[in-house]
Design a protein around this ligand. Structure first.
Ligand SMILES: Nc1ncnc2c1ncn2[C@@H]1O[C@H](COP(=O)(O)OP(=O)(O)OP(=O)(O)O)[C@@H](O)[C@H]1O
Ligand SMILES: [Mg+2]
Length: 346
């Protein structure tokens, strides 16, 4: 082969490796060309031809979709951590979301074949494998679907005697790592996560301030700015309109109660998973717990859990550095290192 044709052949075989974190509220992609992007997991199609004219695009994503929600049929396809079965539109939405994520990291000229590792909530991993395969088939030549906490664990090299707790919007996913690829037995899912905190906070606020005028989106923004558990770091005061007039409201107690509402299930599930593990390694795992996902940013969370779980023996809890990309980065690391036989050809 001449040098020129060899380069050409190499170009033809060039593969773009990507790690994708498909989340209920946010989805992220990390590619081996160095690009990283994320988008809120909303997909919206214009409702009619007027809407289409107004928004000027056949399909919208993320914040842009939310901003135009009145003109769109809008989907959050992974509600509760799984692709809603039997709803063609949700499957279609997942597919569009993946297409969109790929266009975000891929230069226009790049026609390299894509190899994708997709991390999904643990429940989705069980029930949605076929749907995911369909969703990715058009854009990638090979695929590997893994559970989200496993992707995170791989990314931070917590492969042995460690536990990852991924606190997302729809689910909290737990995974024990013990030096092999984790099985279903090593994983648990709890359905009270970020979205549940939002609902609780909304209820508490409606009860205390019936005259205040707010939406669930505002409640989520309050939470993302001021979330905490345990002793309040400071008073939480937010502006909420009352009869059209912007008014300050103290929401410290409500914030604390809402954020703490997900803790009992987290503590219980952690203890359960550890108790069922080989007794000789239980202490080591307890000292190697890693929090990931957007919910890991709740202030005071690691300390609180360290104390609660610490009643059962010495406990160390760390939080990943970049909750937004730790899943996608871990999935990319897997894409780089996964032996051939693990991949599914599409
Ligand atoms: N500072 C913060 N404090 C508390 N919660 C936060 C903060 N920042 C983000 N969140 C919450 O984290 C959740 C999103 O986290 P993440 O992106 O890990 O979820 P996801 O992957 O979309 O969900 P899932 O894993 O359940 O599919 C949302 O509920 C969001 O409101
Ligand atoms: Mg997630």
């Amino acid at each position: 082969m001449t040098k020129k044709s060899a380069t050409k052949a190499a170009e033809k075989n060039k593969k773009l490796l990507v790690g994708i974190d498909l989340g209920t509220s946010r989805s992220a992609i990390s590619a081996d060309n160095g690009n990283k992007k994320w988008v809120e997991s909303y997909v919206g199609w214009p409702r009619d031809f007027i809407a289409r004219k107004v928004v000027g695009k056949p399909v919208l994503f993320g914040e842009e979709a939310v901003a135009h929600r009145l003109s769109l049929d809008i989907y959050r396809p992974l509600k509760n951590g799984v692709i809603k079965e039997g709803t063609a539109r949700d499957e279609e939405a997942v597919k569009e979301l993946i297409r969109h994520l790929l266009t975000l990291v891929r230069p226009d000229s790049d026609d390299a074949k894509v190899r994708a590792v997709v991390g999904v909530p643990a429940e989705s991993f069980k029930v949605n494998k076929v749907a995911l395969k369909k969703a990715v088939a058009e854009f990638a030549e090979s695929l590997l679907v893994v559970s989200e906490p496993f992707a995170v664990a791989y990314g931070v090299e917590a492969l042995d005697n460690a536990m990852v707790i991924d606190i997302g919007a729809g689910t909290v996913d737990f995974c024990i790592m013990h030096g092999t690829v984790p099985t279903e037995d090593d994983q648990r899912t709890v359905l009270t996560a970020g979205d549940y905190i939002d609902q609780q906070l909304e209820n508490f606020l409606r009860e205390r301030y019936p005259e205040a005028d707010f939406t669930i989106n505002m409640v989520r923004r309050f939470k993302e700015e001021y979330s905490f558990v345990g002793e309040p770091p400071s008073e939480v005061k937010v502006e909420i309109p009352v009869e059209g007039k912007s008014t300050q409201h103290d929401i410290t107690d409500e914030m604390r109660r809402a954020c703490e509402s997900i803790l009992p299930a987290i503590v219980e599930t952690t203890l359960e998973l550890i108790a069922k593990f080989d007794p000789e390694y239980q202490d080591t795992i307890r000292e190697n717990i890693i929090l990931a996902g957007g919910g890991s940013q709740i202030r005071g969370l690691a300390d609180y859990l360290e104390q609660a779980i610490g009643e059962y023996g010495p406990t160390t809890i760390k939080t990943v550095e970049d909750p937004l990309f730790s899943g996608a980065d871990g999935a990319l690391a897997l894409a780089r290192e996964m032996p051939e036989e693990y991949w599914t050809d599409l």
